[in-house]
Design a protein around this ligand. Structure first.
Ligand code: UTP
Length: 235
């Protein structure tokens, strides 16, 4: 199989507040996908649930206590966002799988038949970061790129600590010391990288790249194997 890339795209990236930023971002992402496809690359895009996931989980959470049920709402939102990107790419004639896979095996098989596969979540108990790391391991991708709305992994939560420092390179163990390893987040809760995903990456010996997906140039650099602005996390 030709080079395969797997990118976890944070759900918040699809909905910048201003409409202008939204269409700019979508346009740049489409250009990048066309370019990658033209170069014969294969790309698995694993899309997060963002706002609809948080809203849906919030709406149900006063009446639904079973966390797996809340996770199912989150999964439905991730598939909604995945469908939006899938249709955008089909519209411009990209070779995108016409189904949204629900399992890693299905996604792997679709990536053998198409240049681009877009998916959301799979099963309760983790976020789309974990889906992306599992898919990257299954297709032997060089690394799993986590495109989110922060520029780096930081030494502490930068929203609460002014002295948080951006980290440019670290190991999976060091990341695990910040995020935790293997313990699922609450439905709808977020962390720079899902601790379950960190655990899967450690088991698979898979490098991660965390970057700000609002700037498509950074994603492009990481996909090309160039130096990129963000955090490289070595197995
Ligand atoms: P996300 O992957 O969107 O979580 O899943 P996130 O880390 O908040 O990502 P952003 O903000 O979109 O970047 C949203 C919720 O959907 C459920 C979980 O409840 C998760 O919190 N989910 C998602 C699953 O249970 N399984 C999956 O495979 C994916």
């Amino acid at each position: 199989m030709s080079t395969v890339h797997v990118v976890a795209l944070g759900g918040s990236l699809l909905r910048p507040e201003e409409a202008e930023a939204r269409s700019l971002w979508m346009g740049r992402l489409r250009q990048l996908m066309v370019h990658l496809e033209g170069n014969g690359r294969r790309v698995g895009l694993v899309v997060g649930g963002g706002l609809p996931a948080r809203e849906g989980i919030e709406l149900a959470s006063s009446s639904v206590t079973d966390t797996h049920r809340l996770d199912q709402i989150g999964i439905a939102a991730t598939r909604l966002n995945a469908t939006i990107l899938q249709q955008l790419l089909l519209e411009i004639g990209c070779d995108v799988a016409s189904t949204i896979p629900h399992t890693i095996d299905e996604a792997r098989a679709l990536l053998e038949a198409h240049h681009i596969v877009v998916m959301g979540g799979t099963v309760p108990g983790h976020t789309t970061d974990t889906v992306a790391v599992k898919l990257a391991a299954a297709v032997h991708a060089r690394h799993c790129i986590i495109a989110t709305n922060v520029a780096h992994v930081y030494s502490k939560d930068p929203r609460h600590h002014d002295d948080a420092e951006a980290i440019h390179e670290m190991t999976l163990e060091e990341l695990g010391a910040i995020t935790g390893v293997g313990t699922p987040l609450e439905p709808g809760a977020s962390a720079v990288v899902d601790p379950v995903a960190v655990g899967v990456a450690i088991e698979a010996g898979l490098d991660l790249a965390v970057l700000d997906g609002r700037d498509i140039a950074r994603l492009d650099d990481a996909l090309e194997g160039n130096l990129f602005e963000g955090t490289i996390i070595k197995a």
